[in-house]
Design a protein around this ligand. Structure first.
Ligand code: NIG
Ligand code: FE
Length: 439
């Protein structure tokens, strides 16, 4: 971590942030994931203040009102106060799609792509996801946990306080469970919140080449039950695409997940189109990538607005992967948002397509390459990320009762967060009111 320093404060600490130039509360009367124009509503308060007690937000408002509060005046001595003059405070980013359980960068793939090979050609020739498997299978659980924690720390330094973390480079029962355990071990040492996902169906491993069905049986009958039994995962994911798993396999995996009480999400339409309506029957929390969606897919996602938020599906876009693969084409965020699809943004942190832990960089890509406004990008990276993890009752906005997970940026205007490319402007993060503050 570059400039942040962990101060482990007792959970009962009282924290007051004052003089915040722009406080982005993300609070809104809209229920459920933000769609259409609601995605631009940042709930901005100028010269704002936030009070948190015991890791929960207690009040949010103008600094002058906070300082007049009689309880605060009497108890000022026990309050840790942070002056946020000339700074922007927003909810810590919710990075709702990452793959941190790997051991090494994929530099051969990188150079092959520079020389003109595509992601699919590299995978077919034996590179790609499968070339990360040996390292994970051979790593000890503690060594793998160190790698995962390194990823989490890099995210925290850029303002991320909640992260979804997938397995997916083990591709056999033992190595997938070891990956989930490593994620859990790392999560226990990290101050933020981690949501784990089993991605046993990331690629068909070499030993099952040409036998997708057999491997899917292992995912359904061994990995999913063991992950559920050990409470090692909250979600099950599947890479459903050309050269990966078929929509039929995805449905089998979703059924197994449901049978074992786990939620579902999927990588879809990254490389080619597949119809998403059949997958929506399983109420996925999120469908991710969506580079090749049809009008029908967009209509199906938009039509969910009247359903309970617990059943709605968020479209999570990961432009870091388009950028790193050198693609000219990016997901059509504008069409999705304008049609009423709830869009989230995530890093997709992984060694093959998106080796970045930086949500501000992803926001920047969203603005420059997908024509999202800075306000839309921030809402997509906070409150909609929380909905994509079904955690919006605790995360994603700064409102009384929610976890005090805050990011403090050293900028005078929120639009500077995506504006300064690779700008490293995150000055501090507060995690459940006890987190770290820049020195
Ligand atoms: O989201 N597409 C599938 N999974 C990752 C890539 C994983 C890898 O290449 O290692 C993604 O882009
Ligand atoms: Fe991914």
């Amino acid at each position: 971590m570059a400039r942040t320093m962990l101060l482990r404060k007792p959970i009962e600490s009282v924290l007051l942030l004052v003089n915040i130039r722009q406080l982005l509360t993300l609070s809104s009367p809209a229920k459920g994931p933000r769609r259409g124009r609601d995605l631009r509503d940042l709930g901005l308060i100028e010269d704002g203040a936030v009070l948190s007690v015991g890791g929960k937000i207690v009040s949010v408002g103008a600094t002058k009102d906070a300082l007049r509060d009689s309880w605060l005046r009497k108890n000022r001595w026990k309050v840790r106060e942070i002056d946020c003059k000339d700074k922007v405070v927003l909810p810590g980013f919710v990075d709702s799609h990452t793959h941190p359980a790997f051991t090494a960068p994929r530099l051969v793939d990188f150079e092959q792509r520079i020389a003109g090979a595509t992601y699919e050609q590299i995978a077919e020739a034996g590179g790609g996801i499968r070339s990360s498997v040996e390292g994970v299978r051979q790593a000890s659980r503690s060594a793998l946990a160190e790698h995962v924690l390194g990823g989490f720390d890099a995210m925290l330094a850029q303002g991320t306080t909640t992260v979804e973390a997938k397995s997916g480079y083990g591709l056999n029962l033992d190595a997938e469970l070891k990956s989930l355990e490593a994620i859990r071990d790392a999560a226990r040492q990290w101050p933020g919140t981690v949501v784990s996902t089993l991605l046993g169906a990331h690629a068909v491993p070499r030993e099952y080449e040409g036998r997708e069905h057999k491997y899917v049986r292992i995912v359904c009958h061994e990995m999913v039950p063991r992950a559920a039994e050990g409470k090692l995962a909250r979600f099950v994911d599947v890479f459903c695409d050309r050269g990966a798993f078929s929509p039929e396999s995805a449905e089998h995996i979703f059924l197994a997940a449901r049978e074992h009480g786990l939620g579902v999400r999927a990588h879809v339409c990254q490389l080619s189109h597949c119809e998403i309506a059949p997958l929506l029957k399983y109420d996925p929390a999120s469908l991710d990538h969506l580079d090749h969606v049809s009008d029908d897919d967009i209509a199906a996602l938009a039509a969910q607005s009247t359903m309970s938020p617990a059943y709605q599906t968020v479209a999570t876009l990961v432009p870091g992967s388009n950028y790193f693969l050198g693609l000219g084409r990016f997901p059509d965020a504008r069409r999705m948002i304008d049609s009423g699809v709830p869009v989230a943004l995530a890093t997709d942190y992984n060694p093959g397509t998106s080796p970045t832990a930086s949500m501000p960089f992803v926001l920047s890509l969203a603005c420059t390459h997908m024509k999202m406004t800075p306000a839309e990008a921030i809402a997509a990276a906070t409150i909609n990320g929380a909905h994509a993890l079904r955690l919006a009752e605790r995360k994603g906005s700064i409102e009384p009762g929610k976890d005090a997970d805050l990011a403090i940026f050293d900028v005078a205007d929120y639009r500077e967060i995506p504006y300064w490319i690779a700008g490293d402007r995150c000055a501090a993060v507060i995690v459940a009111g006890v987190g770290n503050v820049a020195g």
